[in-house]
Design a protein around this ligand. Structure first.
Ligand code: SAH
Ligand code: SF4
Length: 406
């Protein structure tokens, strides 16, 4: 794959287009494929769309176009979503002609793992993955195996990215520093979950949860994000439970309105980080467009329609948003909403002027919420030693690539 010369994109030269627009359609006619021989390699293989970009419906029409019965699509989907094979030629119950035809028109996978870091306790793995056009994204696996002392719930969660960079530019976030390059396609999103799903089949606990909390703002890439979610829960594809998917947003209200009407009942997390406009304008600049009162009104409406609990993420920044007075303001703000607050210890980012709150400040903040009846957890710090806050590892990886080798 010709990724190396494009690992350091000049972001200013790129325009924000949906990923799928950038792929070319097949150039090699299916009839020209040799049925008997080896897998033919296409001169445009690098530019082919990944098979994971197709819905099951689209996959059925593709196999029918190739003169095969529609049920072949389900066989193909089983291989793509529930096996550990590495290419079309390993789909042993699929006719060779169809395997060849698909290989000429699609790439089997959109992702190419560049590097993987493992935390010192072995339970967090972070991957930097290259996309077909050479852009880089990050995905994280968090394992909570059941232990002899009863801790851990024997689950594994994957955190996936939905964009390259992010246009929201929150002031504490490494991804925000990168600016925005492009949206991911549905295949590029869901394959991040497949990447770790495959690995955990051999290293349980198997992935059951997917959180759309990596790089990017999922609701600014709504269609591709929800298409990815759809195939992750489809029993004929990855077959995960719909309630095990969580979409996290910084508060893009048009997307929130769509989510409230969406038949796919994913869970919602809202990155609040501050209970008033003055502070939230600084931390989450999108707040200037959709201020706190508008956000809360939209969430009440969302809850009336869906009857689903809303999780609030609140990253604790030393001396910025961690005072007991702000905790009390937060309690008032959440009044009347079925909510859960997740307090997140900040992962320090070298280029940014914030530090994590002290353990005492976290406990003080937590206590105010708890004593006033708010359901609240402090997120277990995972993988700080491997730069687990979104965007940090990619930044580090690119810096190392830029350094001339000695
Ligand atoms: N854009 C969406 C989803 C991706 S960001 C959103 O903002 O909700 C997901 C989470 O990563 C956010 O809640 C944010 O708080 C967290 N995050 C970003 N930078 C972080 C850092 N330096 N330390 C800890 N968490 C961070
Ligand atoms: Fe984007 Fe979320 Fe990072 Fe904010 S916290 S810049 S919305 S990825």
């Amino acid at each position: 794959m010709a990724a190396n010369n494009t690992l350091e994109p000049d972001v200013s030269q790129l325009t924000a287009v949906g990923a799928a627009d950038e792929y070319v359609t097949p150039l090699v006619p299916v009839e020209a494929v040799d049925d008997a021989g080896e897998m033919l390699s296409s001169p445009v293989a690098d530019r082919l769309p990944p098979i994971t970009d197709l819905s099951l419906y689209e996959l059925r029409s593709v196999v029918q176009e190739f003169g095969q019965p529609a049920y072949r699509a389900e066989q193909v989907a089983a291989w793509v979503y529930r096996s550990t094979i590495a290419g079309f030629d390993e789909m042993t119950n699929v006719p060779k002609a169809l395997r060849h035809a698909m290989a000429e028109r699609f790439r089997f996978t959109a992702l190419d793992s560049q590097t993987e870091l493992i935390s010192s306790d072995g339970e967090t793995r972070k991957a930097v993955l290259a996309l077909p056009d050479g852009e880089l994204i990050e995905s994280v696996l968090m394992r909570y195996p059941q232990r002899w002392d009863g801790t851990g719930n024997d689950r594994a969660t994957v955190c996936v990215s939905t964009q390259v960079g992010c246009p929201v530019k929150c002031s504490f976030c490494a991804t925000g520093l990168m600016g925005f390059t492009r949206n991911l396609s549905s295949g590029e999103i869901l394959e991040q979950a497949l990447h770790f799903l495959r690995w955990t089949r051999e290293h349980p606990p198997v992935v059951r949860n997917v959180v759309f909390m990596g790089m990017g703002e999922p609701l600014l890439n709504y269609d591709q994000t929800m298409a990815a979610a759809d195939r992750l829960v489809d029993p004929k594809c990855a077959g995960l439970g719909v309630h095990r998917l969580t979409v996290s947003t910084s508060g893009w209200l048009p997307g929130l309105a769509r989510l409230a009407e969406d038949p796919l009942a994913v869970r919602l997390a809202v990155s609040l980080h501050a209970p008033n406009d003055e502070l939230r304008n600084v931390l989450v600049p999108l707040n200037k467009r959709f201020p706190v009162t508008q956000l809360m009104a939209a969430l009440h409406e969302y809850q009336e329609k869906t009857e689903r609990r809303v999780t609030f993420e609140y990253i604790l920044l030393d001396g910025v948003n961690d005072s007991p007075a702000l905790a009390r303001d937060l309690v008032r703000l959440l009044h009347g909403l079925d909510s859960h607050v997740n307090l997140i210890p900040m992962n320090p980012v070298a280029e940014l002027p914030y530090a994590p709150s002290s353990a005492e400040a976290v406990e003080r903040f937590h206590a105010v919420l708890r004593e006033r009846g708010i359901i609240c957890t402090v997120r277990r710090e995972m993988g700080r030693d491997i730069k687990a806050a979104c965007g940090q590892l990619k930044t580090e990886f690119q810096k190392q690539r830029r350094r001339p080798s000695a």
